[in-house]
Design a protein around this ligand. Structure first.
Ligand code: AMP
Length: 361
C-alpha cells in the first residue's frame, strides 16, 4: 500500500511508555511530530515527553479505539503487544512494524522457524510443549542446552541452562511449557545489527556493535565490534536479509553470536527485537542519525537518515544505583549522559546510559 509521507504536526501513537518509547518520542518531537503514548503504567517515563498519553490496559478495546482515532500511525516499544491489540489497531491505522513481524518475533519457536525457512543459521533447536518432548529435543540440540519459554523472556528471565535430561525436566517444571530447547552456543562474543527499513523498502544497517552482558543485562555496546571485516559485512548482510524477508518497516534489532573455530568466524542469529534496541543507543551520539530518528522516519514514510558512524563508540548502561553517579559522569566532557527520568532506582533496573565517542580524524 502506498501512503503519503506523514506531515510534520501529525500524531505518532506509541504503545508502551518505557525508555524506548521516551527516546522515540523525543526524536519525533525534533522532527515536528506529536506523540501519543499508550501505557497501563501511570509512572511511564515516556509520558513526560509526549504531547498526549493514555493510561489503560492493552486489552481495553474502547481505549484502543479512541487512541487509534487520535493518531496517524502506530508503533510500539516492546514486542509483547497482544495479538488482539495489534489486530484492533492495525484495522484502524497503519501499524509499523506490522502484525506479522510481531507474531514472529514474540514467539521464539516461530522466530527460529522463520530463520530456518529463510536459510539463516541458528543454534539447533526443538520445541518443547510437554515433558514427553524433552528426550527427543535433547537428541536434536545435544547437551548442555538452554531451555527458554517461547514467550515473554527478557534479560535472561524465563530461561535456564541445563546439562542433563534431569536438569531439563526440572527446568521445564519451573518455567512451564511451551518452551524451546536450544543447543548452547560456544560463542566468542555477541554482536547485534541495528537495521532500519523504510516504507518504500530502502534499508540501512548501522555499524555492528559488540555487546557485553552482566547479570544477563546488557552492560556495554562497543562499536565497531572486534571481529573480522568479513564478519562485520556478513552481520550487516544478515540484518538486511532478515528485514527484507519480513517486509519490515522501522528499526529492527538482530542479536547474533560470533563463533570462532579452526575455520574462522561464523555467525548464528539468536533473536530479533521488532523495535529500537538497547544495543543501538550508541547511535544517539555516535551516528549521523540516531536509531530513534530513523525509526520515526521509517514509519512516517520519510527517507532514511545516514547511518554513518562518527567515531569509535562505547555505550554503557546505567543499571540501578549506577545512575546515582550522574554528577561524576557529566563531569567528563566527553561523556553524553541519557537518563530516563525513572523516579525509583531498583537493582537491575535500566535507569539511563552514557555514550562516549572518540571522533575519527
Ligand atoms: P536471549 O533472551 O535469547 O537474548 O538470551 C539472553 C542471553 O543468554 C544471550 O544474550 C546469551 O548471552 C545467552 N544465550 C541465549 N541463548 C543462548 C544459546 N543458545 N547459547 C549460548 N548462550 C545463549
Amino acid at each position: 500500500m502506498t501512503r503519503d509521507p506523514l506531515k510534520p504536526g501529525s500524531v505518532i501513537g506509541i504503545l508502551g511508555g518505557g525508555q524506548l518509547g521516551r527516546m522515540v518520542a523525543l526524536a519525533a518531537a525534533r522532527l515536528g511530530f506529536r506523540c501519543h503514548v499508550y501505557c497501563p503504567d501511570p509512572a511511564s517515563p515516556a509520558f513526560e515527553v509526549a504531547a498526549v498519553h493514555t493510561i489503560a490496559p492493552y486489552e481495553d478495546a474502547d481505549a484502543l479505539a479512541v487512541f487509534a482515532r487520535e493518531v496517524d500511525v502506530i508503533t510500539y516499544e516492546f514486542e509483547n503487544v497482544p495479538a488482539e491489540t495489534a489486530r484492533i489497531l492495525s484495522a484502524a491505522k497503519p501499524l509499523y512494524p506490522d502484525a506479522r513481524a510481531l507474531a514472529i518475533t514474540q514467539d521464539r519457536v516461530a522466530e527460529k522457524r522463520f530463520f530456518a525457512g529463510a536459510g539463516i543459521a541458528v543454534a539447533p533447536f526443538a520445541p518443547v510443549d510437554a515433558e514427553a518432548d524433552l528426550e527427543a529435543a535433547v537428541a536434536v540440540t545435544g547437551l548442555p542446552a538452554i531451555l527458554k519459554t517461547t514467550r515473554f523472556g527478557y534479560d535472561g528471565k524465563g530461561q535456564a541452562k541445563v546439562a542433563t535430561l534431569e536438569e531439563a525436566r526440572a527446568a521445564l517444571a519451573r518455567l512451564a511449557a511451551p518452551c524451546i530447547l536450544e543447543g548452547l552456543v560456544p560463542f566468542a562474543l555477541e554482536v547485534s545489527a541495528i537495521v532500519v527499513r523504510g516504507r518504500s523498502g530502502d534499508t540501512a544497517v548501522y555499524e555492528i556493535g559488540e555487546n557485553r552482558h552482566e547479570n544477563h543485562i546488557l552492560a556495554t555496546t562497543t562499536v565497531p565490534a572486534a571481529v573480522s571485516a568479513d564478519t562485520l559485512t556478513a552481520a550487516r548482510d544478515l540484518g538486511c536479509r532478515i528485514a527484507e524477508a519480513l517486509d519490515y518497516v522501522g528499526v529492527l534489532g538482530v542479536e547474533m553470536f560470533v563463533v570462532r573455530d579452526g575455520a574462522g568466524e561464523r555467525l548464528l542469529v539468536n533473536e530479533l527485537a521488532p523495535r529500537v534496541h538497547n544495543s543501538g543507543h550508541w547511535t544517539e551520539d555516535g551516528a549521523v542519525t540516531s536509531q530513534f530518528e530513523n525509526h520515526v522516519r521509517a514509519i512516517a514514510g520519510w527517507p532514511l537518515g545516514s547511518v554513518d558512524r562518527l567515531g569509535d563508540v562505547e555505550m554503557r548502561n546505567l543499571i540501578g544505583a549506577e545512575a546515582d553517579d550522574w554528577f561524576a559522569i557529566v563531569s567528563d566532557p566527553a561523556a553524553r549522559l541519557h537518563l530516563y527520568g525513572k523516579a525509583e532506582s531498583r537493582p537491575g533496573r535500566k535507569m539511563g546510559h552514557v555514550n562516549r565517542v572518540v571522533r575519527r580524524g
